[in-house]
Design a protein around this ligand. Sequence first.
Ligand code: CA
Length: 311
Amino acid sequence: MKHYDVTVKGAVATSISTDGKYLYIGGYDNSPATVYYPDDAQYRLIKVDPGDLSILKTYTANPSIEKDWVNSININPINGEIWLAVSMGQYDGKIVVLNQDLKVIGEQTIYTFAFPQIAFDESGYAYITGRSPHTYEGGLAKLSPDLKIVKTNSMVKGSKILYNNGYLYIAVEYYVNNYQRHVLVMATKNLDVLETLVLSSGINADAYLSLLGKMDSIGDNIVVSGYDYVSAAQTYNWITYSVKTSPPTRTAPEPSKTQTTQTTITWALTPTIQVPDIHTGTIIIVGITATAIAIIAVILVAILLLKQKRK
Ligand SMILES: [Ca+2]
C-alpha cells in the first residue's frame, strides 16, 4: 500500500513517528523559495491514518529564510504530545510541541543546535542534542515538559541521542588519534558525562554519523549506525555498533554468545577528550564493516572460480 502526495511540489520527507493511533511524517517543502531566497523552505508535518494512509491534517511553518525542516519527531510518552526537532538552516534548532490536532502548544528556539534530536525520560523531560556542521557549535540541553531550558552542556555536541534505563547515550564525532571517530558518550539526566567510549578506535579511517536518523536500544545494548570513509580506496562503508551497557558499578563483562565477532574494549578516554569523571567498566562492541563483508565476498568468489577451473 502506498500513498503519493502530489499536492506539494519540492517536498521531502525526513522523519516518521507514531503515537500508536496515527502516523506523523515530517520534512519540508520549498514553496516559500523566491529569486531572492532560493534556499528558503518551510517545515512540514502531516498526520496520516495508518489504515489507508490518507492525510488527516497538515501543519507548516517557516521560521527563517533558510531551509527549515523537521529533523526528528518524538512522541512524549507522558501525554502523547508531538515534539518536533526542527532545524532552522544549518545553524540553529527549534523545538515545536503540537497536540494531536497539530495545534502548536509551545516552541523553544535553541541557538546553535542545528540538526536537533530528542530523547525523553520516564518523567517527560526532554533531552536535546544538536550541532552545526559549519560552526562546530552545539551541545546538549535538558528541557522541562513545559519547554523551559533546565540545563545545557556545550561540551557534548551530539548527532544522535537515546535515553535508556536511567542514562543518556549520545553519539558524537571526536577527532582522536589522527582520525574523526565515532564516540559514544554516557551521561546522567543532569547532563554530567559519566563515560566516553571511542567506538571506531580499531578503524584507521575518518568515521562520521548522519545528522538524520536515530539510534536505538535492544535489551541492554545500544545500537548506532554510521559510516566511514577510506580515502585510499575512496569508498564509504556502513558500520554498525552494538554496545552492551553496564552500570558504572559493574565491572564484569557478559560476553555475547550470539555474535560472530566481538572485541572487548574498556571504557577509556583518550587525552583529547575532556570529561570530568571517568568510571571503568567493560563493554562489548560488535562491528562489521562493509569492507570486511566485501573482502569475504571477494575471497568466496575466488574460491568458486578456482573450483570451476579445476573442473
Ligand atoms: Ca525557511
